[in-house]
Design a protein around this ligand. Structure first.
Ligand code: NAD
Length: 324
């Protein structure tokens, strides 16, 4: 039997790189495409094309050759330091929307039947996430829309774009809203890293008794999902008859202060936290997993602490490698 052929857009990035590995372990033939090769380990893709998906001709080329499934993860993306400052709004919206417009049209023309799109928890309205103890991220709460970033607005637009292609052209579409995915081989420095990686790096870099900085009072809350659970959710969604959008995230909500404490516990290192002003995003956010439980009969289960135990040593190693 010939192997199923999949295309992973954003295969040089964090989730895309892991997804390529996961698809290979399931016996797929995989093509990856990205502006860059994966930074931390060689790609496992059978074919890797280094190219820019903002170019429509590139999108047409990469879906050729009998690609049956497309996983569209390529986006201009980063943590709060990139998304919430406002400085990158135009490029984020332009780059990501162009990639999605190109990939959908190219997939349609090539007759791709199944396409996965990675949306984000950032689409949820700010007005439902003001209370750190009681945010509402139920899928149906997305409208009336009110994301707190242009990144979120672009994701919402693209969700609608994918659903339109499903309705008008009969394409099989699956949309997930990821909530803070973390793990080894994720961006850990340079300004685009997210909070779990940032705290792992800061704790690893700082001597015992030293000081690390945290944006805000640390009482803002979030939930974080380990990469393996994310991939399990993506694959289950793709094998289901559910188009979504559905949350793929953790229901374990912690304050950012608690997140930093967990990292210190794992590192067996006490440092003090200095709270400074910075870009924050919403006050509280956590995945609501009712819908995924009902529609897929499964929900993510790995504890944050366990995922951090696998992530911290990897970031510590990167810090040590860099300082050599
Ligand atoms: P990432 O930045 O590591 O990966 C995205 C990849 O897309 C990068 O390797 C980048 O080079 C590539 N890319 C950007 N522009 C491109 C272009 N013009 N042509 C080709 N490739 C291009 O991010 P990630 O954490 O792996 O996220 C993957 C997807 O999941 C993104 O769409 C992101 O918005 C979404 N998402 C991630 C999270 C998370 O917590 N990591 C949360 C919500 C949504």
């Amino acid at each position: 039997m010939s192997k199923k052929r999949a295309l992973v857009c954003g295969a040089g990035g964090f989730i895309g790189g892991h997804l390529v590995r996961r698809l290979k372990s399931e016996g797929y033939w995989v093509r990856g495409v990205d502006l860059k090769y994966p930074e931390f380990s060689p790609t496992q893709a059978d074919d890797f094309i280094q190219a820019d998906l903002r170019n429509a001709t590139v999108a047409e080329v990469v879906v050729k050759g009998g690609i049956e499934e497309v996983y569209q993860l390529a986006a201009d993306m980063g943590g709060a330091g990139y998304i919430f400052t406002g400085d990158h709004d135009a490029v984020v919206m332009h780059n990501s929307a162009t990639i999605n417009l190109n990939m959908l049209e190219a997939s349609r023309l090539a007759g791709v039947k199944k396409i996965f799109y990675s949306s984000s928890a950032c689409i949820y309205p700010e007005y439902n996430q003001m209370d750190p103890d009681n945010p509402n991220c139920e899928e149906s709460s997305a409208y009336p829309a009110g994301p707190d970033s242009e990144y979120g607005w672009e994701k919402l637009f693209s969700e609608r774009l994918y659903l339109s292609y499903m309705r008008n052209y009969g394409m099989e579409v699956h949309i997930a809203r990821f909530h803070n995915i973390f793990g080894p081989e994720g961006t850990w420095t340079g300004g685009k890293e997210k909070s779990p990686a940032a705290f792992c790096r800061k704790v690893a870099e700082t001597p015992v008794g030293g000081e690390i900085e945290m944006w805000g009072d640390g009482k803002q809350t979030r939930s974080f999902l380990y990469i393996d659970d994310c991939l399990e959710g993506v694959r289950r969604l793709m094998e289901s008859n559910f188009e979504g959008p559905v949350n793929i995230g953790s229901e374990e909500m912690v304050s950012i202060n608690r997140l930093a404490e967990m990292v210190m516990e794992i590192a067996a290192k006490e440092v003090t936290i200095k709270h400074i002003p910075g870009p924050l995003g919403v006050r509280g956010r956590r995945s609501d997993n009712n819908l995924i439980g009902v529609r897929l009969g499964w929900k993510p289960s790995e504890l944050l602490y366990k995922g951090l135990c696998k992530t911290y040593p990897w970031i510590k190693e990167q810090v040590e490698l860099l300082s050599k």
